[in-house]
Design a binder for this molecule. Structure first.
Ligand SMILES: [Zn+2]
Length: 64
C-alpha cells in the first residue's frame, strides 16, 4: 500500500503533512486548523486524510 504524502498550508501559515489512509468502515469527519480553526477538509468515505502538524520554520515571515 503506497501512502501519498502531501503538504497542506493553512492561510495562517501552519503547515500540515497530509496522508491518506484507508479505513475498514466508512467515516465522516472534518479537520480544522489547530491554530486558527479554519476548516481545511471535510471527508466522507473509507479513504480519509490524516493530518500531522509540521513545525513552523518561518514564524517571523508571518504576515499581519
Ligand atoms: Zn490556520
Amino acid at each position: 500500500m503506497a501512502d501519498q504524502t502531501t503538504i497542506v498550508s493553512c492561510t495562517c501559515g501552519v503547515r500540515y503533512e497530509r496522508r491518506e489512509v484507508a479505513l475498514p468502515i466508512k467515516d465522516v469527519g472534518c479537520f480544522d486548523c489547530d491554530e486558527c480553526g479554519t476548516r481545511l477538509e471535510i471527508w466522507s468515505g473509507r479513504k480519509v486524510p490524516a493530518f500531522k502538524r509540521l513545525p513552523s520554520e518561518e514564524r517571523e515571515a508571518k504576515r499581519a
